[in-house]
Ligand binder design. Structure first.
Ligand code: SF4
Ligand code: SF4
Length: 266
């Protein structure tokens, strides 16, 4: 994303809408600027703000005149008065940022918007996680924090060494050179995204060792990590995961329960 400096009048409205805090008013020219390294191409600024097409020199003149009287020209807070945002023609590898950060863009690899995965929310139908297995969802980043792929790779390589099977229908898995080693394509390692999800499954007996490893690697990355673990209940609605998690010191919450009303595709 770019800001056309010839159009920007430095009202500062856009600095509040960026979830990554990537827009700032440059003290040198008093116009808005985007820190390209911090920008994750989420398009919130471009799509989220209303635009007016006022004549920039006129607005600057009015702002200057009013400043003599200690008054200010204030456009509505959600408006860019001169439509100064200009989307870049994104190329590889930067385009990866938008794929993971703009919820309106579907991932090429999975056809799913947002982080590009349904996770285990559709497990009734996909049958990804079977009885006796644990499905893991490891989420990296959040608005305001973001995540880089070199940090995500620290986790995927550590997990691969423990022999996990990464979910094939997941965009991060698609970006791996080799899902057996967890190595991610080198050309995207420095790319920053709003958030990304790594998914894999393992035998229930491996849950304690995997939880320990995830906790350990989480301390080595410069982002926030959230973890979800799921399994299939038995015919009585019980599951062995609850006890395993509690033994590891986690409080067990049933975040989501699939009722088994879908028909499995496999
Ligand atoms: S909202 Fe528009 S005019 Fe105002 S600072 Fe941002 S880019 Fe410039
Ligand atoms: S595209 Fe998103 S991250 Fe980039 S400047 Fe706009 S709001 Fe901020």
């Amino acid at each position: 994303m770019k800001i056309d400096k010839a159009k920007c009048v430095g009202c500062g409205n856009c600095t509040y809408v960026c979830p990554m805090g990537a827009i700032y008013l440059d003290p040198a020219d008093h116009r808005a600027t985007i820190d390209a390294d911090a920008c994750v191409e989420c398009y919130t600024c471009y799509r989220g703000m209303s635009t007016e097409h006022l004549y920039p020199p006129l607005i600057r003149g009015i702002r200057k005149l009013l400043s003599f009287f200690r008054l200010r020209f204030e456009p509505e807070p959600d408006v860019c008065p001169t439509a100064a945002f200009v989307p870049d023609d994104l190329q590889w590898p930067r385009i990866v940022r938008r794929a993971f950060s703009d919820p309106q863009v579907p991932h090429e690899s999975t056809g799913i918007h947002g982080r590009g995965t349904e996770e285990v929310k559709t497990n009734d139908v996909t049958n990804r996680v079977k009885q006796g297995e644990a499905g893991f969802v490891v989420e990296f980043g959040r608005p305001g924090v973001g995540a880089r792929f070199y940090d995500i790779q620290k986790m995927t390589m550590a997990l691969a060494r423990l022999g996990v099977v990464f979910e094939p229908n997941n965009p991060v898995t698609h970006l791996m050179n080799n899902p057996k080693t967890g190595e991610i394509r080198k050309d995207i390692l420095n790319e920053k995204v709003l958030s990304a999800i790594v998914e894999f499954k393992a035998n229930l007996t491996e849950v304690p060792v995997l939880l320990n490893e995830i906790e350990e690697v989480s301390k080595q990355v410069d982002t926030v990590v959230s973890l979800g673990v799921s399994t299939r209940c038995d015919e009585n609605g019980d599951n062995p995961l609850e006890e395993l998690l509690q033994k590891q010191g986690y409080r067990f919450w049933r975040g989501k329960t699939n009722l088994g009303m879908g028909r499995a595709l496999t």
